[in-house]
Design a protein around this ligand. Structure first.
Ligand code: SF4
Ligand code: NI
Length: 686
């Protein structure tokens, strides 16, 4: 039996089809007439750049790269797509087109913390909307991040499937060829996080095959060129799964029911999801969604009504596992669109549970409530704001189900730590107010305990090597006063993660003897870093940007870098798209560091570290700080202002320039001179 995948192409012709397709691509390259490039990336045309190191921007560079890669269909597709985009402009919403470096860096942490297990690309046009929607839902529920290209997008939209990064279903573009952007993301992940240098084809291919957990799902309706493009992805080690009856041997045929599982098995992506028996879906895939006012059935907190959340440890036997209690009215007796009081109290027991862990676990309430397809949560403690959607309400979701979701997720995610979890949800106003007052005293106690913990008061720091999935030699050292560069892990988080999972990615690091107090260099830290970086990094100073700074993986929130011309240090956050006085944008800068390398003069840091007493200690202190984007300045002002005043520099905040004052080093120099910035008079940086 000879089934055809697309428009009459038969099995035995398939290799030929790829060849034909590629020949067509080749002839199109020779007809390229205009210049093209992508904005918002430091990697040119990323696939071509990663494979060959050549920055493609016109016909001749495209032809060079195509020849250099042995007529690679991915390269051809990338060049032609970039040219077409230059000719017609970016497609309008919902299509995303090329994804910026910033978005990829933001995804960095989810790619390593287990909330995204892998990537998938879906191309082609499904015969039925129902089966396409089911496949996408399965991918969402199995923690995959999915990209869509071609006819599948309108098909899904017509079936009412919500698309977007927030739903982990990203509509790249209207044609299957837009799937190129999926590959250019993998190429950039390899260069940003994996330390693959542009042009190192062998390492790129090995990296993609070993580290990129990616699968490709193909619906029918592809042209010869598109088949060539999809087939080209096999060199990256991505399994190609077809629903269209392709039987050429290299692609795997599957049915809608089995295709996701088959793909994940082939790529070795293991997932362990137990469904929670509530009337709405529950997955990290829904974490980023929002519930707008019009979509909301009821809400709690957010300044509209009193609300709080609290997680407390109990003695073994004091609570019944899985018990969910609602005190007060249920959702069906609440007015549509109304704001009601809410108290969320989680009680847990566990042999190795400690009181110190309460705040760390409590922060997970935010994630878990957002996992619910129809529930939404922002902020924490007594500032929470929770919504339940109309859609969820119509499906029968009640407040009780939020409790079930929380109880189940805590048990699932912390099996070693927790023996029992009970949840109480209070909706009765008086009782919420009483509970809230109690909770507030507990928050204050906790803050007092954690606050003021200093690096010199502890003998042990914690490492994190989660990002070694992508940056094989990268090591973060996390101290009480230096949170991790990704902003996601504090010293306490590291400590708890180690206690909960002693063989995991967070290990204790004995400081050992002091080598350099100002730079924060310790013998024990060096020893650990050398081993964990597989011998690559000999020395690591915790507080210096200039000498032996910590390695960068790629998911830093902020880059700190020296500006020798003004004897100062500037910081730039990844949300900032404009130019900086270093002459480079964040994305260009980020492209020059990372991949697990140590780059003197540059450090990847978290936003909160800027507020630490240890920030820039090696360079003489925060008086070195000369520039940051205004948006970051506004964000930090409520905390940074008072901090500088407390340090005896009440006027320093206004002496730190931003892009409204200076975008060039010349303007910055003028400004710093005018305001007599203290950095100018400090010891020369180099
Ligand atoms: Fe990656 Fe470091 Fe954050 Fe761990 S702490 S996730 S290694 S950036
Ligand atoms: Ni990282």
């Amino acid at each position: 039996e000879r089934k055809s995948i697309n428009r009459g192409v038969t099995v035995t012709d398939v290799i030929l089809v790829v060849k034909t397709g590629n020949a067509q691509l080749k002839s199109k390259i020779s007809k390229i007439s205009r210049e093209f490039s992508y904005d918002e990336t430091a990697y040119n045309l990323p696939i071509s750049f990663a494979l060959t190191g050549v920055a493609v921007h016109d016909k001749s560079t495209a032809a060079t790269v195509f020849t250099k890669t042995g007529d690679n269909p991915l390269v051809a597709s990338e060049c032609l797509l970039a040219e077409a985009t230059a000719a017609t402009g970016k497609e309008s919403a919902p299509f995303t087109g090329f994804i910026s470096d910033t978005v990829i860096r933001k995804l960095g942490y989810s790619l390593v913390d287990g909330s995204i297990l892998g990537l998938s690309l879906i191309v082609g046009t499904p015969e039925s909307a129902g089966s396409a929607a089911a496949i996408c839902r399965e991918l969402q529920e199995k923690y995959m991040l999915t990209f869509l290209a071609g006819g599948v997008i309108p098909t899904l939209s017509s079936a009412g499937v919500k698309l977007g990064l927030d739903y982990r279903l990203i509509p790249l573009g209207s044609k299957p060829l837009h799937g190129v952007h999926f590959v250019d993301i993998v190429a950039r992940v390899a260069m940003m996080f994996g330390g693959v240098s542009p042009g190192d084809t062998g390492r790129l291919l090995a990296y993609a095959a070993e580290r990129a957990k990616a699968i490709v799902i193909v619906f029918p309706g592809l042209t010869d060129e598109e088949i060539a493009f999809v087939d080209g992805m096999r060199v990256l080690g991505f399994p190609i799964l077809s629903l269209g009856g392709y039987e050429g041997g290299e692609w795997t045929t599957a049915t809608p029911d089995t295709i996701v599982r088959t793909g994940m098995d082939l790529k070795g992506i293991r997932v362990n999801v137990t469904a929670i028996p509530i009337p709405m879906g529950c997955s990290p895939a829904f974490e980023g969604k929002s519930i707008r006012k019009e979509e909301m059935q009821v809400e709690f907190g957010g300044g509209r009504s009193p609300a709080f959340e609290l997680l407390r440890m109990k003695n073994p036997g004091e609570i019944e596992d899985g018990m969910v209690t609602v005190i007060g009215p249920e959702i069906d007796s609440m007015k549509e669109g109304g704001a009601y009081p809410l108290g969320i109290i989680i009680e847990v027991t566990g042999k190795s549970m400690k009181k110190d862990y309460e705040p760390v676990l409590e922060r997970r309430i935010h994630n878990f409530v957002n996992y619910g397809e129809g529930s939404w949560h922002v902020a924490q403690r007594d500032l929470i704001w929770v919504r339940i959607s109309k859609e969820a309400f119509a499906k029968g979701v009640k407040i009780e189900h939020l409790g079930k979701l929380l109880a189940s997720k805590f048990r699932m995610d912390f099996p070693q730590l927790l023996d029992a979890v009970a949840v109480t949800l209070i909706t009765e106003k008086e009782k919420v107010l009483v509970g809230k007052r109690e909770a507030e005293t507990i928050y204050a106690d906790r803050d007092a305990r954690i606050k003021g913990m200093r690096d010199h008061e502890v003998d042990t720091y914690y490492s994190c090597t989660l990002c070694q999935t992508f940056a094989p030699n990268h090591v973060c050292i996390i101290t009480p006063e230096r949170p991790a560069l990704c902003g996601a892990i504090s010293w306490l988080d590291g400590k708890i993660a180690f206690e909960m999972s002693p063989a995991g990615a967070n290990q204790p690091v004995e400081k050992g003897s002091l080598i350099n107090a100002q730079n924060g260099e310790f013998e024990g830290v060096n020893r650990f870093v050398k081993k964990a970086s597989h011998g690559e990094i000999e020395r690591c100073s915790l507080y210096s940007v200039m000498e032996y700074p910590m390695t960068c993986c790629g998911c830093f929130e902020v880059i700190a870098l020296m500006l020798p011309e003004v004897n100062g240090i500037m910081v730039v956050n990844r949300e900032y798209k404009g130019m900086t006085p270093s002459g480079m944008t964040f994305s260009t800068l980020a492209g020059t560091i990372g991949g697990g390398a140590q780059t003197p003069g540059f450090a990847g840091i978290s936003k909160n570290y800027i507020l630490s007493d240890r920030f820039l200690q090696g360079e003489g202190g925060i008086e070195r700080l000369v520039w940051m984007p205004s948006q970051l300045k506004d964000e930090l002002k409520p905390r940074l202002g008072p901090l500088l005043t407390a340090k005896g520099h009440p006027d320093l905040f206004d002496k730190i320039a931003d892009e409204t004052i200076a975008e060039t080093i010349e303007d910055l120099t003028d400004f710093l001179n005018r305001v007599c910035h203290p950095a100018l008079a400090m010891k020369p940086l180099m």
